[in-house]
Design a protein around this ligand. Structure first.
Ligand code: PXG
Length: 441
């Protein structure tokens, strides 16, 4: 057995991290309440990112804590293959209640990545059950992020994944991304230009044949690759084209769900209803890991009812921890809290103030775009010549030292605070960013 020194940082191989830098310059968080983290040195850090786009009701909320504690002492784990427990059914019903009409069949997972791979597998299984097993092609989008599973990285559009992990699933294709600073810089809300980019799907259909395409998956608002707000009319067009050709449309709402865009889902906010929706993060306010796929009734029925009277498993898919009792308890408590405090509507109500405060940062050094939608904002910085990403890393570290948690992707700052943020705290975020950007080389 290896001898392990106290406070040794070497054993934990950290995810999506510069392990060498972190372990030389550790930043540890030890507590959190409402809008703030507490760092190991005792400093309070204002949470400008709701953790990782997930703690939508703020940290350490009493009702969620109590629900988890109670559940852990009552029923910790119950198998969910051929057995059930009441909370899973309750949460599914509650979740169905805030989904767009018709997406009322809920498959539980443990993360956003699992939700994505689950939705892709459901799409394939659906077409096979319908006698169209030749529909295997999956279409994603450039700059799409759909988690880390092989399905998700295959439909995703991130070059680093292809370089590191190879070609992924066969038979994928990718729509163009919608980021267009030349036409849309400093947009407030949905950018005006780019709806026509959805028409590229028509070209793909002409190339591949609609009857080989199982599904199209997009994030309504792409978060991880730098806050790409959907151009006005774009998602409507994707919906019209997929519907016309009988192709399933999947919205990955892992980030955009649970109030982030001022409604339960982006689908609701924008009035565009997909056939499946991937969820995670805010589902439990991130207090216990959980994801879900909300599935339109005909897709569910197409698989489950197609099995007919023959006994047996209809969908050969699931995980040990799916619908974990603690996650269900946390999920019910989180949905209760969102409703009791009207947090989705609150996000919508402060959106104008948020937008105005953020756009006030225009004109600061290196700022080439500011964009926003719901309680999300992206601030794009010009890369330092020869050192792309350096400014992003520097502003992230400077802000953390100044007491503000932000996210950066390359040289793009992403902000997505808990929906309980006060007007004063919006001002605080902007004041700290102003100072940091003024000092950035
Ligand atoms: N889909 C989308 C749209 C996501 O944003 C996932 C799937 C995967 O979820 P899990 O739970 O498997 O991580 C995500 C995750 C960032 C950041 O900094 C974003 C995510 C995760 C970590 C960091 O933007 N999104």
């Amino acid at each position: 057995m290896a001898a392990i020194a106290p406070n040794d940082l070497s054993n934990w191989w950290m995810p999506f991290s510069d392990n060498r830098y972190f372990k030389a310059n550790p930043r540890l968080l030890v507590a959190a309440k409402d809008m703030h983290y507490t760092a190991a040195d005792g400093r309070r850090i204002l949470d400008g990112t709701a953790g990782l786009w997930c703690v939508n009701a703020g940290h350490g909320r009493d009702a969620i804590v109590a629900a988890i504690q109670h559940q852990a002492a009552t029923l910790d784990f119950a198998p969910t293959f051929q057995l059930g427990h009441p909370l899973a059914f309750q949460l599914a019903a509650r979740l169905a209640g805030i989904m767009p009409d018709g997406l009322d069949r809920i498959f539980f997972t443990n993360s956003g990545s699992e939700s994505v791979d689950t939705a892709l597998k459901i799409a394939l299984a659906y077409w096979r059950a319908r006698g169209q097993g030749q529909r295997t092609r999956l279409i994603g989008r450039e700059r799409g992020y759909h988690g880390v599973g092989f399905g998700g990285i295959s439909v995703g559009g991130i070059v680093t994944n292809r370089r590191a992990f190879g070609p992924g699933l066969p038979g994928t294709d990718h729509l163009p991304h919608t980021h267009d600073l030349a036409r849309n810089a400093f947009s407030r809300g949905q950018p005006a230009h780019g709806a026509e980019l959805a028409d590229r799907l028509e070209a793909m259909i002409a190339l591949h044949g609609a009857d080989t395409i199982a599904a199209v998956i997009v994030e309504p608002l792409a978060g991880s690759t730098g806050v790409l707000v959907p151009p006005a009319g774009y998602l409507e067009r994707l919906r019209a084209i997929t519907a016309a050709h009988g192709i399933l449309l999947i919205f990955d709402e892992v980030i955009s769900g649970f109030g982030r865009l001022g409604a339960a889902t982006a689908a609701e906010r924008l009035g565009v209803t997909p056939d499946m929706m991937c969820l995670a993060k805010g589902l439990t306010n991130a207090a216990v890991p959980m994801g879900a796929v909300a599935v339109a009734r005909p897709v569910h029925d197409g698989i489950v009812d197609a099995a007919g009277d023959a006994p047996g498993i209809e969908l050969f898919h699931g995980t040990t921890y799916a619908a974990h009792a603690l996650a269900c308890a946390a999920g019910i408590a989180a949905l209760d809290l969102y409703a009791a405090e009207g947090l989705f509507a609150r996000a919508r109500a402060v959106e104008g103030l948020w937008e105005a405060a953020l756009h006030d940062l225009a004109g600061l050094p290196h700022v080439i775009d500011i964009r926003n939608f719901g309680l999300v904002a992206g601030i794009e910085l010009a890369p330092r010549p020869g050192a792309p990403g350096a400014r992003g890393q520097e502003i992230f570290r400077a802000m953390f030292d100044a007491g503000l948690l932000i996210r950066v992707t390359g040289d793009i700052i992403a902000l997505s605070p808990p929906l309980i943020i006060s007007e004063g705290q919006i001002g605080e975020i902007c004041a700290l960013l102003r100072q940091g950007l003024q000092q950035l080389a």
